[in-house]
Write a protein that binds this ligand. Structure first.
Ligand code: FES
Ligand SMILES: [Fe+2]
Length: 395
């Protein structure tokens, strides 16, 4: 894995801390306000981003045992993720071959067989049809051709990506642009899923802007974690995937120490985003608690849903449960009462149509890169997606 990349980022962060500077891009960038409200734009985003690219749907550690599963509905698509008895992770359209009923209700669990609640057709964890109720009356069918519809699915760095399309246009490694091996440093595969909560929010991009925006931390979050440090940012990127870190909070402790003694755990701080819909932030709490935020567009351009999944480096027990509960409550306040409270009002103002642009400053290069990448992705044909991602990985 590329520790050099972490060290180089640490050096850059330390330098910014020592000079009181931060990453800067060349120009202020304006994004049309209607990008956050326009239905045609939003439909294109659903088609060319959310239904075309791999999305993080599940955590490996929650599906570590053969037969474990996660049923989740994403953008109206019911998805079943399972680990087969061969330990391979697979994803399926969670819709029965008989007449389409949802086979497994939403949630996680473990079962080697899944019986459809409508007429009890049964599937195994490889999605194969293994039983037809009263087959002698139904008639003979070919089991081999009647399994659940499989969706592209891959596991990297303790996360499980699924594409909501049976004809994928890009493979996971091309999509990740080398970011997968960086995410390995977080050690998510060895963490325990200890909690989950859902928060309703504004347009998905308003929410995603917030994850890449460190400028607001000392202001909007002045009563929560703002006072920990300033609003300066240092960014690193792998294609569309970006990491944003506060130099004063995370790199000050590297000062005066030999680089060989810098610990991985000291070099991975900050927010790790995964285009187009995930952010991962770590918090010290008897080990580390990671908040994995999966942001999904809602039914309209002005709404979204964020699933916050909490992963702890420590196994769950009563003592940890208190700690986790406190951290979850704290982060609900930060995100719901501060970030999304602000975002939902911002959304209403943009919905008036009276504003032409919003602005991203020289210090907001992360947000600029996100919008610029997104715009290009929206105008990329299926045939061009892989090449576009490979090119962007090299920049
Ligand atoms: S729809 Fe599933 S068994 Fe009939
Ligand atoms: Fe925030």
């Amino acid at each position: 894995m590329s520790k050099e990349r972490l060290v180089a980022f640490g050096q850059r962060g330390l330098e910014h801390f020592q000079n009181g500077t931060q990453d800067r891009v060349d120009q202020i960038f304006q994004v049309p306000a209607e990008n956050y409200t326009n239905s045609d734009k939003w439909n294109l985003e659903m088609e060319n981003v959310f239904r075309r690219l791999p999305l993080v749907l599940s955590c490996s550690s929650e599906l570590s045992e053969p037969g474990s599963y996660h049923s989740i509905e994403v953008l109206g698509v019911p998805v079943l993720v399972t680990r087969g008895e061969d330990r391979v992770i697979r994803a399926f359209l969670n819709s029965c071959t008989h007449r389409g009923a949802m086979v497994v209700p939403e949630g996680t669990g473990s079962s080697r067989r899944h019986a459809c609640p409508y007429h009890a057709w049964t599937y195994n964890s490889k999605g194969e049809l293994v039983g037809v109720y009263e087959e002698e009356h139904f008639g003979q069918i070919d089991y081999d051709c009647n399994g659940l519809v499989e969706l592209p699915c891959d596991e990297r760095a303790g996360l499980i990506w699924v594409t909501l399309n049976t004809n994928p246009v890009v493979d996971i490694d091309t999509f990740l642009c080398g970011y997968g091996e960086m995410l390995e440093y977080l050690g998510l595969a060895d963490c325990h899923v200890v909690g989950r909560q859902v928060i309703e929010g504004p347009n998905w991009k308003i929410a995603y802007d917030g994850y890449l925006d460190l400028y607001h931390l000392p202001v909007l979050h002045r009563n929560t974690f703002g006072p920990e440090g300033g609003g300066h940012a240092v960014y690193d990127s792998w294609g569309p995937h970006q990491r944003a870190t506060r130099p004063d909070v995370y790199f000050s402790k590297l000062e005066g120490r030999d680089e060989d003694d810098w610990l991985i755990s000291e070099l991975v701080g900050g927010v790790w985003t995964i285009f187009p819909h995930v952010s991962i932030a770590g918090f010290d709490a008897n080990g580390k608690i990671y908040m994995l935020s999966q942001l999904f567009p809602g039914a309209t351009p002005g709404s979204s849903k964020t699933i916050q999944t909490f992963l702890h480096t420590q196994p769950p027990d009563d003592e940890q449960a208190d700690l986790v509960k406190k951290q979850m409550d704290f982060l609900r306040i930060v995100v719901e009462d501060e970030d999304y409270f602000t975002g939902l009002r911002l959304q209403r103002a943009l919905n008036t149509g009276m504003k032409e642009f919003v602005n991203f400053g020289l210090n907001e290069g992360g947000g600029q890169r996100f919008h610029q990448f997104l715009e290009k992705m929206l105008n990329t044909t299926n045939d061009e997606v892989s090449t576009f991602l490979k090119d962007s990985a090299e920049k």
